[in-house]
Design a protein around this ligand. Structure first.
Ligand code: ADP
Ligand code: ZN
Ligand code: ZN
Length: 745
């Protein structure tokens, strides 16, 4: 037997090996093996059986070891890897390494433990005799006979103060039985235990939910590839729809992947999901998958799925590669979240990979969001995806009232920049008196180098690209980082002639101080990446907030998702503008998403919620549509703009970032490269740039970028990548190709 192996060795090549007789039974496509490469042993994935015709067999080396006696990648995953390597223009081995976690590749030590149980029940007489002859044995027997489940041997013996010999004697006589099992380290085991106490009865579905479930169920029954977008307003009970679909898939013997953005992976959410999933399929452990797992936990989870012991996984982005058997359903919750995109090689988008994997498996892919990405929404409108809508909040709870505060007026009133408007201050004081809670959000997607007039809210935009211009301090210019257009930065606002045209974002700390001044007796906590650096601090603060010890929580978006606090009746968004003026064509979309999602945090309990949004541009569409959570209205307006400028979703974007120490060289090579692309691919891609990146210099390295717009990634990426490899780049210039980027700053 001979095989072709993709070695994980930093190069992209299939190497051939002979499989020794003793390993043949366990080797198939997808098996993880160790093979000699040059003078070292390397891991590799069996990519095919056999060798090309006329291959010189006598020179073949042998496979040395089979790491697991079952495929580490099934056929679909291997196909998926090949597709990703092509689409994202990255080496196959980098994808295989992403698909098979390090803990699995390393074959972390599998911990085992021994279990004792009663194999043969003793009669009263027998037990009495034993009690006289061997009292220790009788004690052990009696203890075990009272247990429902097998007990851990080490634990039982130490608790009874007995030696191994006592147990072994009974095992030899066939009275007790000893089993070995893998020790499972369960992530969030403690939280799970707590949540069991409150394991809620599943609610009765409302009509909209029931219709959505019926549609998903019908889709599942067909066993055909299908993508359905579940657009449901915040609090409309999307999770219940997912859970019913999951139940159907599991009961039909299928496997399920449930993706959530990393930020939403709080213990609370996970515990709730897990309790429900395990109630649906009691004989299946639900595997939890995210970036904070220990090596051991990761290996356990992976093994459970790869061996078919478990059929359902809840996890962040990389769970899309889980080796789930007979995959029937992939749920992508909060599908619009940029967190699904990986910002290092391979730069894949978890949602898009989910869709492709579902296609390979003829499975159903359910994308859910209150604010779908315009990519997914456009696909639904074009009829490529199904569309399910939940328009009502459960129990007909009202969407919170959104108050938009015009900060230009506020500044005039207070004669200077204020952090908190009067309206927000009053609302907070009222909550404090009523012993209700407030969350204040600060926009962290913020980008301080656009020019905003604090008098009239005017922002300078590029005439060609409709994105905010970036202020470059060193030469006092405003530049478009998309097309490279530039002009001198104005000293006064071009619209209202005010000199107050520069404005920087607020820090969480400044907001916290402002809150302390107006609510001196309140308990205020700040939550951002600085204060949350300590492990467990995040959970601790959330715990205190939940129990009502904290009155006001100030933080960035990290407190946003997946949290349900019934006592929060006020949500303030301190600086709604910033996300609108980042130099990104998705700026409006992000702002709309932020506003709607933030508003969704308020009024989840019985009391109505209120939202205060502070902005310098109250007339902006993203803000106006969000006041009524009017997604359709917003999408129509924004899609029109995107169509006019031929931005995604109407075309794909490939971003090419170049970095180097010498700005002159970087500029020169970027320009040469642009010419080369124009010449070779000009009829298939529209090129913009090269131009300096919005952050032109990071750690003494200069950054430039080019953008390639194209109707089809698959049709150009191969040629583009080949061209790039052949181009005579100087050593010191490094570069990154990012297909379908989600962040352009
Ligand atoms: P979404 O994800 O759409 O924002 P969730 O799925 O988090 O909403 O549901 C919000 C809350 O409503 C949850 O506490 C959930 O248990 C509850 N819920 C869901 N469906 C129903 C229903 N049909 N009746 C009553 N409560 C429900
Ligand atoms: Zn102005
Ligand atoms: Zn431009």
């Amino acid at each position: 037997m001979t095989v072709g192996v993709h070695p994980l060795a930093g190069f992209d090549k299939l190497l051939h090996y002979r499989v020794p007789e003793s390993l043949r039974a366990t080797v198939t496509v997808g098996t993880l093996v160790r093979v000699p490469v040059l003078n070292a042993l390397r891991l590799g994935i069996v990519g095919e059986i056999g060798v090309p015709k006329d291959f010189p067999l006598d020179r073949l080396k042998s496979v040395v070891q089979v790491v697991y006696p079952f495929p580490a990648l099934n056929r679909e995953l291997l196909q998926l890897a090949h597709w990703m390597a092509g689409y994202y223009a990255c080496p196959l081995d980098s994808i295989i390494e992403t698909m098979i976690p390090a803990a699995v590749r390393g074959g972390a030590v599998i911990k085992q433990e021994k279990l004792l149980s009663v194999a043969q029940r003793l009669g009263d007489d027998e037990l009495a005799t034993m009690g006289k002859r061997a009292p220790q044995q009788a004690r052990l027997y009696r203890f075990l006979a009272q247990q429902f489940k097998p007990q851990r041997k080490a634990l039982v013996l130490s608790r009874l103060g007995q030696t191994v010999a006592v147990a072994n004697a009974l095992i030899r006589r066939g009275v007790l039985r000893e089993d070995t099992r893998r020790v499972e380290r369960e992530a969030y085991a403690d939280d799970f235990a707590r949540s069991e106490l409150v394991a809620a009865q599943p609610p009765q579905l409302n009509a909209e939910q029931a219709a959505a479930v019926a549609d998903a169920t019908a889709g599942l029954a067909k066993e055909k590839f299908r993508v359905t977008l579940l657009h449901g307003v915040t609090g409309s009970g999307k999770t219940e729809v997912y859970l019913h679909a999951i139940e159907m898939a599991l009961k039909a013997g299928g496997g399920v992947i449930f993706l959530v953005p990393e930020v939403a992976l709080t213990p609370q959410t996970v515990a709730r999901l897990r309790a429900r999933l395990e109630a649906i399929a009691p004989d299946h452990r639900c595997v939890v998958w995210h970036s904070h797992l220990s090596e051991g936990e990761r290996l356990d989870g992976w093994l459970a799925l790869a061996t078919g012991a478990s059929r359902v996984v809840v996890g962040a982005r990389s769970a899309v590669f889980a080796p789930v058997h007979n995959l029937r359903l992939i749920v992508v919750d909060e599908e619009h979240e940029p967190a699904y995109k990986q910002d290092e090689t391979p730069r894949y988008h978890g949602r898009d990979v989910a869709v492709y994997r579902a296609k390979l498996n003829c499975a159903l892919c359910l994308l859910g969001s209150a604010t779908p990405s315009l990519e997914s929404y456009a696909n639904a409108q074009a009829g490529k995806y199904g569309l399910l809508e939940l328009r009502q909040r459960v129990d007909d709870r009202q969407l919170p009232h959104i108050n938009v505060v015009d900060m230009r007026v506020e500044i005039m009133r207070s004669r200077g920049l204020t952090t908190l408007s009067q309206q927000l201050v009053h609302a907070m004081q009222l909550r404090f008196e009523r012993k209700e809670q407030t969350i204040l959000f600060i926009n962290r997607r913020g980008y301080s180098s656009s020019m905003l007039c604090t008098e009239c809210g005017h922002v300078e935009e590029c005439l060609h690209c409709s994105i905010a211009l970036t202020y470059h301090r060193n030469d006092e210019t405003l530049r478009c980082h998309l097309c490279g257009d530039q002009r001198a930065a104005p000293m006064v606002c071009p619209q209202c002639r005010s000199p107050k045209i520069r404005w920087k974002g607020l820090g969480t700390q400044r907001v916290e101080e402002a809150v302390r001044r107006v609510l001196p007796r309140a308990c205020i906590e700040r939550m951002d990446t600085d204060t949350m650096a300590k492990k467990n601090r995040f959970r601790e603060v959330l715990g205190q907030f939940r129990t009502g010890k904290i009155d006001v929580l100030v933080g960035t978006q990290m407190i946003g998702k997946g949290l349900d606090f019934p006592n929060v009746t006020l949500v303030g968004l301190v600086d709604a503008d910033i996300s609108m003026h980042i130099p990104d064509f998705r700026a409006n979309e992000r702002t709309f998403q932020l506003l709607v999602q933030v508003a969704g945090r308020s009024g989840r309990g019985d009391r109505a919620g209120e939202v205060v949004v502070q902005t310098f541009t109250p007339q902006a569409e993203a803000i106006q549509f969000s006041r009524h959570a009017d997604f359709a209205g917003f999408a129509a307006a924004e899609l029109k703009l995107r169509r006019d400028f031929k931005y995604p979703p109407f075309r794909h974007l490939i971003q090419h970032r170049l970095r180097g120490k010498s700005p002159e060289k970087l500029k020169f090579f970027s320009e040469q490269w642009a010419k080369r692309v124009e010449q070779a691919l000009g009829n298939r891609v529209e090129l913009r740039g090269p131009s300096p990146a919005p952050i032109e210099k990071i750690k003494d390295e200069y950054r430039w970028q080019l953008w390639f717009f194209t109707a089809s990634v698959t049709k150009v990426i191969g040629d583009l990548n080949r061209l790039r490899t052949e181009f005579p780049w100087p050593e010191e210039i490094t570069q990154v190709l990012d297909v379908d980027p989600v962040s352009l700053t």
